[in-house]
Write a protein that binds this ligand. Structure first.
Ligand SMILES: [Zn+2]
Ligand SMILES: [Zn+2]
Length: 376
């Protein structure tokens, strides 16, 4: 006993030190990118533009354009790294009483009953492979649609795309737009450097450059820019495809499961609306790394509501007058969906009671995805 008591704090300290070292190591890829960025700035501005370019007009145009790309690249990279990922709101967490009950009850149907009760007023459409409510043991919460637990961050992340080591952050609902812009601007940055450096790179091989240290910076600058351009263009192209289909990287590998089954395009609303889900309604902000994504990250419009008679809510962003004949809730506009999800649910329930006097929507049935949960 005594040995055990003595060993526990030492093991805890060792574990703490190891975790701190691990956290520091996570910053190595970010330091690597930042170092290359600093060197590329020095190589391009001083060695290529100021020392190697003879034409003053070319020098000025290159310097202005370079600084524009550089600024947008650094801005979007900074925002991707330092924007905290969003976690599910407190409505998704189990109550203290439910947590206690969960600890007492054995796993199985009783546990599912607790989850169903906890989720009855939440806008959840997706399920596990077995059709059960998605629940995170670690965070003790009912997972919102498209939310996943990140093992690196040790948190549930809203609309999690992936954990990116190059930004040492989770890419999800809060920073996905920044991540896309980071890919776009880093690609443009590399392409611009490669294009303007090409003629000097050729001169390097034909002995057209003076024999100074600048020639080696010019050569490596071209190699690095070309190499990063190739890898970034494939990654950026892949994410453009994901945005057009309204999928996350995780969903591209494992399609979301709805009540009626798996559907890989379950959240797709059409190209234009998919684009607006990430970039927002105001086009003037599309190219700037400022947050303009639609929604709250906890609930997402899905066209599948129309195909599932049990999910009677009007899908946000779709023309409900032509597609949804049997909804209990009044049609809502895309902008309405940006308000808080629980406020929405309440307002749906209230207004539907006003508009459809013959029908009574009982409490706990306001979430269409859970109507059958109450019946079974
Ligand atoms: Zn979690
Ligand atoms: Zn993460």
């Amino acid at each position: 006993m005594r040995c055990g008591k003595m060993a526990a704090p030492a093991a805890g300290t060792r574990g703490g030190v190891r975790r701190r070292c691990q956290r520091l190591l996570y910053w190595v890829p970010v330091l690597f990118i930042s170092s290359i960025l600093c060197w590329s700035y020095y190589a391009y501005v001083t060695q290529l533009c100021l020392l190697s370019m003879a034409n003053i007009g070319e020098k000025v145009v290159c310097l202005i354009a370079y600084h524009l790309f550089f600024m947008l690249f650094v801005w979007s990279y900074w925002k991707t790294i330092f924007t905290l990922p969003m976690n599910p709101s407190k409505e998704f967490h189990l109550s203290y009483a439910d947590k206690e009950l969960l600890e007492r009850e054995p796993r199985g149907e009783t546990q599912q009953e607790i989850f169903r009760r906890a989720a009855k007023d939440l806008p959840i459409y997706t399920r596990t492979m077995s059709g059960a409510i998605r629940y995170c043991d670690r965070c003790q919460l009912v997972k919102p649609d498209r939310c996943h637990h990140c093992s690196v961050c040790d948190k549930c992340i809203l609309k999690m795309d992936h954990h990116c080591p190059w930004v040492n952050n989770c890419v999800g609902f809060s920073n996905y737009k920044f991540f896309l812009l980071f890919l776009a601007y880093s690609l443009l940055y590399c392409l611009f450097i490669a294009a303007t450096d090409l003629q000097y790179f050729i001169k390097f091989w034909t002995n057209g450059l003076p024999d100074t240290q600048a020639k080696f910076h010019i050569m490596f600058l071209f190699f690095a820019a070309a190499m990063f351009s190739v890898s970034l263009s494939s990654l950026f192209g892949y994410h453009c495809w994901l945005v057009s289909k309204n999928k996350s990287t995780l969903e591209a590998f494992r399609a979301p499961i709805f009540r009626h089954g798996t559907d890989k395009n379950g959240f797709s609303l059409g190209f234009s609306k998919n684009l607006r889900q990430v970039f927002g309604d105001e086009k003037k902000y599309w190219l700037l790394p400022v947050f303009t994504s639609l929604g709250d990250g906890c609930s997402f419009p899905t066209c599948l509501v129309n195909q599932d008679p049990e999910q009677v809510s009007t899908p946000v962003g779709l023309n409900s007058t032509t597609k949804n004949e049997n909804h209990l809730f009044p049609p809502k506009t895309l902008r309405d969906s940006q308000s808080h999800l629980l406020t929405d649910t309440q307002s749906w329930t209230e207004s539907s009671a006003n508009t459809e006097k013959g029908k009574v929507v009982p409490k706990g049935m306001s979430n269409p995805g859970l109507t059958v949960e109450n019946e079974t």
